[in-house]
Design a protein around this ligand. Structure first.
Ligand code: 13P
Length: 297
């Protein structure tokens, strides 16, 4: 727990366990910069909502590295006096080494995504990571099957998770399990119909763990609610915030407010303000669906 000692960050274990027991889901929101982080933390605090803020490996590079992110998040927690539970999570960690680096830097939660590895290798790596993560009281998310997404311009559906693998993973002490259930990262293509609830049910019966729904942007509300009833306890959202930010920023520019030199419409604090507000609004709308608003104790 050494790295968490001076931090208000908590791991995600308790959050997702409570969500699982009480049939709601915690929102996992990917961050890209200061505005994203600040907007999410303020909206979480105002609505008394526990939150997982996450960075992909790409976002870590973009933001200038782990120390920058951990420093920024811890600074904001303190300076904005954020008292709701907040976990800082590595999203889709591609190696055990990267997950360990994040833990050493001060992340309170990590995902190891071994979905592209042969299953035996995936499980061996999760086992290896668990020893280090347990020593640091950091929560771990593993993945089986795979999440769909775009590759070479073609959107694929991913691979459905296997209940036997889910059961085996559940014995490793992980806090949550992500699985392919027909979900897709990014915008859902026109041909996409539905999550595979049959698969979700079978996986949940096999592992009995809080489960993670990746590709949380653009899934209809009734499907989100059904998935939560069937064991989804964490929902990952990235694209939806990016689209809200894009739309609000586009409007500011189309209204030519950035060209108002006398009003200093070019000041990034003004230029980025509508997008930041839009992030808050989207957070509030989605967390209402997820049922996690007001759950900070
Ligand atoms: P979306 O970008 O589709 O919301 O997916 C986010 C995600 O699953 C991050 O792990």
């Amino acid at each position: 727990m050494a790295k968490l000692y001076n931090s208000r960050l908590v791991n995600a274990t308790k959050m997702v366990k409570d969500a699982h027991e009480n049939k709601y889901a915690i929102g996992h929101f990917n961050i890209n910069n200061l505005e994203w982080t600040k907007s999410l933390l303020e909206a979480a605090q105002d609505s008394k909502t526990p939150i997982i803020i996450a960075t992909s490996e790409g976002a870590i590079k973009y933001m200038g590295g782990l120390k920058t992110i951990v420093g920024m998040v811890n600074g904001l927690l303190e300076e904005l006096n954020i008292t709701v539970p907040v976990a800082l999570h590595l999203d889709h960690g591609q190696s055990v080494e990267m997950a360990k680096k994040c833990i050493e830097a001060g992340y309170s939660s990590v995902m190891f995504d071994g979905s592209h590895l042969p299953y035996e290798e995936n499980i061996a790596k999760v086992k290896e990571l668990m020893i280090f993560a347990n020593d640091h009281e950091v929560s771990v998310e593993a993945e089986i099957g795979s999440i769909g997404g775009e590759e070479d311009g073609v959107v694929g559906e991913g691979e459905l998770g296997d209940p036997l693998q889910a059961e085996e993973m559940s014995k490793l002490g992980i806090s949550m399990l992500a699985a392919g259930i027909g979900n897709i990262h990014g915008k859902y293509p026109e041909w996409w119909k539905s999550l595979s609830f049959e698969t979700l049910e079978a996986l949940q019966n096999a592992c009995k763990l809080p489960m993670v729904l990746h590709g949380g942007s653009g899934i209809p509300q009734d499907q989100v609610e059904k998935a939560i009833k069937l064991g989804i306890s964490k929902i990952n959202v990235n694209t939806e915030l990016q689209l809200s930010f894009r739309d609000a920023t586009r409007k500011y520019i189309e209204d030519k407010k950035d060209l108002d030199d006398h009003g200093k419409g070019f000041d990034p604090r003004k230029l980025l303000a509508p997008g930041s507000k839009a992030i808050k609004e989207t957070f509030l709308e989605l967390t209402k669906w997820f049922g996690c608003q007001g759950k900070a104790k």
